[in-house]
Design a protein around this ligand. Structure first.
Ligand code: SAM
Length: 252
């Protein structure tokens, strides 16, 4: 692919986008090295953006967590591109290889298995490394689905300030995690794996006030999407529904 990239930036400079002053387009020619950070669906494949597809079709190489997962997504959209796995435990040699690919003039995209790269997913370490090795590199976000913000958006809880805690620790520090939740004065969003969901519910009941409101989002955008609402004291996720993916949102 040619190194030159064309961007049409639409600048809406009036409060009403399509007013008579309208918008103007700027054309930018760039020879920069670019890493696109592309958000992909968290379930429903229709949630991918047009821009994400356009860029996935245009890059020379796609870095992904699991090549099998990325292949499924790409083949659904009839995109065929070289894939390279990149994950949280990738060695320096893999990152050095990516630097070399940039030096050869390749345009590269990074996707994770689902959602937004870097959010409890690989990406951050690579970005930091690339910025240190290739000072001119542009890191361009292609925003889209993220389980945390999607759950927050349906919670009805204050979201002008919130904290995201990723996954609770599996063993060491787990109890402290739940004790600290009890002190938190902002809306809290965190992820939990289905294997630890039952334990998580027990620990919430053990360490948090029973009247604290909670929303549990299961399998968002998928066939078995379920939103459970209640208080810590009365929330109930039936045992046979503790499967799939979960996001927990706690009221301040
Ligand atoms: N980067 C992803 C994002 O932007 O949401 C998160 C990746 S993290 C490794 C995976 C966790 O996200 C799952 O264990 C679950 O807690 C949450 N998750 C992802 N997809 C989900 C979905 N469709 N419904 C509920 N939770 C989901």
């Amino acid at each position: 692919m040619l190194r030159s990239e064309i961007y049409y930036d639409l600048w809406y400079y009036n409060s009403t986008p399509l007013s008579n002053t309208g918008f103007f387009a700027t054309l930018l020619l760039s020879n920069d090295m670019i890493l696109y950070i592309i958000a992909t669906p968290i379930g429903n494949l229709k949630d991918i953006s047009e821009r994400a597809l356009e860029i996935l079709r245009s890059v020379d190489l796609i870095l992904c967590e699991d090549t099998r997962v990325a292949s499924k997504l790409l083949s659904h959209f009839q995109i065929s591109k070289p894939l390279q796995s990149y994950h949280q435990h990738s060695q320096l040699t893999k990152m050095a290889y990516i630097v070399e690919e940039f030096k050869k003039g390749k345009n590269i995209a990074l996707v994770s298995d689902a959602g937004t790269p870097g959010i409890s997913d690989p990406g951050n370490k690579l970005i930091e490394y690339l910025i240190s090795k290739l000072p001119g590199i542009k890191i361009i976000p292609i925003p889209g689905p993220c389980a945390a913000t999607t759950a927050l958006s349906v919670s009805g809880f204050p979201a002008d300030k919130f904290i995201f805690l990723g996954f609770p620790p599996h063993k060491k520090g787990r109890e402290t995690f739940f004790k600290e939740l009890a002190q938190e004065e902002k809306t809290v969003v965190f992820y939990e794996s289905p294997h630890r969901m039952e334990k998580c519910l027990e620990q919430l009941k053990q360490f948090l006030p029973t009247d604290r409101k909670i929303v549990i989002c299961r399998e968002i955008t998928k066939m078995f999407e379920t939103i459970y609402r209640g208080t810590i004291g009365d929330i109930d996720v039936p045992k046979n529904e503790i499967k799939g993916e979960f996001v927990i949102v706690l009221h301040p």
